[in-house]
Design a protein around this ligand. Structure first.
Ligand code: AMP
Length: 423
């Protein structure tokens, strides 16, 4: 029989590795809650239409990367088209509208964390199931909140040990600006149409901005000479972008203006940004996080026009960029019983320590003390605690610090044990 394996591009995360995930996820929650964000959890499966309308049909994600299937139909009904979510923003907007949260608070700040699914070509740092942590803000047109969001991200990255980053920003303008730029871009691209990649040729008329975002070398060469959207900004869009830059300057957050930054989603308006890592183990997949303003999406999905901005950061990529630290002891103590008949007392002692908040493991199989202590050594516990016959009579235990070579054993009263272990 062939060996069962995970689906290509989807990974298990095992103990030993998961601790870094916990640290990163904990740091993310802690950091964004300091800025007033609250968590939302939306389903992993949504109606396909949400992503088609929300992300845009002429995008890589919607055209070729979604895991879409037809659900089983009820009696006399047609099965619904469902999709594993490829990103978090459209689902958040759906939830925001579905629960009538518009107008309940002037500004809503949400965060989410969870797996996303895109059928991309797997590579280091690029998977078919990957985790994103993201934030969304509804009801603030920026640009000050945009600057705060970017600066928050830089602070979070620094907090988890990723200092060497580059912040790229651009403005995609709005309504009129976009229409004028689109026309100018088409004028520039049409004469090059035959030299473009097949994907870009197909999208040229529907969505010329996509060509700027293409990874195909022939497209990139042509994109390099394309007109810059920043030259087309309306006075309002230009003022928004100037204020964003001034706010980032006031915060002391370094950034680079990249007039060709477009990113693969159709919904962006005005502020757009990406943070790239320069160090660590990232290789080619160096985009740690990306985001921007999507002031039109809420209205497009049926809500009252509401300005919005958000970002998502890739957990796996951030883990590649983060420094590796020495592992911390996973357990405070490993408890061993000298004789098998001492196991009931061992259970009582272990429970008391856990109730006191300590992480405690035991070996309850009735093996020899030597075998239990071997397991204690391997367990990653800080201390070994032996409940022996003599000590039991006195209400004490013997304690050994496993993190020190040739550590002395010491006798500790059971009543003080929790306190000693906590130290
Ligand atoms: P996006 O949702 O495309 O704006 O991507 C935001 C971030 O998610 C990127 O900067 C990456 O860190 C991460 N990301 C996107 N796609 C993948 C993928 N296929 N595998 C791993 N991480 C990804």
């Amino acid at each position: 029989m062939s060996k069962l394996r995970t689906v290509k591009g989807m990974n298990d995360v095992l103990p030993g590795e998961i601790e870094r995930w916990h640290r990163l996820e904990g740091a993310f929650r802690d950091w964004v809650e300091r800025y007033g964000f609250q968590e939302v959890r939306t389903p992993i499966v949504e109606h396909t239409e949400l992503f088609e309308r929300g992300i845009g049909e002429a995008t890589d994600i919607v055209e070729k990367e979604m895991y879409t299937f037809t659900d089983k139909a009820g009696e006399g009904k047609e099965g619904k088209r469902l999709t594993l979510r490829p990103e978090g923003t459209a689902s958040c907007v759906r939830a925001y509208l579905e629960h009538n949260l518009q107008g309940q608070q002037p500004v809503t700040k949400w965060y989410y964390l969870g797996p996303m699914y895109r059928r991309e070509r797997p590579a280091k740092g690029r998977y078919r199931q990957f985790y994103q942590a993201g934030c969304e803000i509804y009801g603030d047109p920026g640009p000050y909140v945009d600057a705060e969001l970017i600066d928050m991200l830089v602070g979070l990255l620094r907090d988890v040990g990723v200092q060497d980053v580059e912040v790229l920003i651009n403005s995609l303008g709005h309504g009129e600006t976009r229409a004028r730029y689109r026309a100018a871009l088409l004028d520039y691209l049409r004469p090059h149409a035959a030299e473009l990649s097949p994907d870009s040729q197909r999208r040229l008329e529907r969505n010329p901005l996509r060509v700027l975002d293409s990874k195909a070398p022939q497209d990139q060469a042509i994109a390099a000479g394309a007109p810059r959207i920043l030259d087309f900004l309306s006075p309002e869009d230009a003022a928004h972008f100037d204020e964003l830059r001034a706010a980032l300057d006031a915060l002391g957050t370094p950034y680079t203006v990249d007039p060709h930054l477009v990113r693969g989603l159709d919904y962006y308006t005005r502020t757009l940004f990406e943070i790239r890592g320069r160090g660590g183990d990232l290789g080619a997949q160096n985009a740690l996080c990306g985001g921007g303003r999507y002031d039109d999406m809420i209205a497009q999905l049926g809500g009252k026009p509401t300005p919005a901005i958000g970002f998502a950061l890739g957990i796996e990529r951030l883990l590649l960029a983060m420094p590796t630290e020495a592992p911390q002891p996973r357990l405070d103590a490993f408890l061993a019983a000298q004789r098998p008949e001492d196991r009931p007392d061992l259970l009582v002692l272990a429970r008391a320590l856990r109730e006191a908040g300590l992480r405690v493991e035991t070996d309850l199989r009735g093996n020899s003390l030597k075998s239990q202590l071997r397991r204690a050594d391997k367990s990653g516990a800080r201390f070994a605690v032996v409940l022996g016959e003599a000590e039991r009579a006195k209400g004490t235990v013997m304690l050994t610090d496993l993190t020190q070579r040739n550590a002395e054993r010491r006798e500790v009263p059971q009543a003080n044990l929790a306190q000693v272990l906590r130290r």
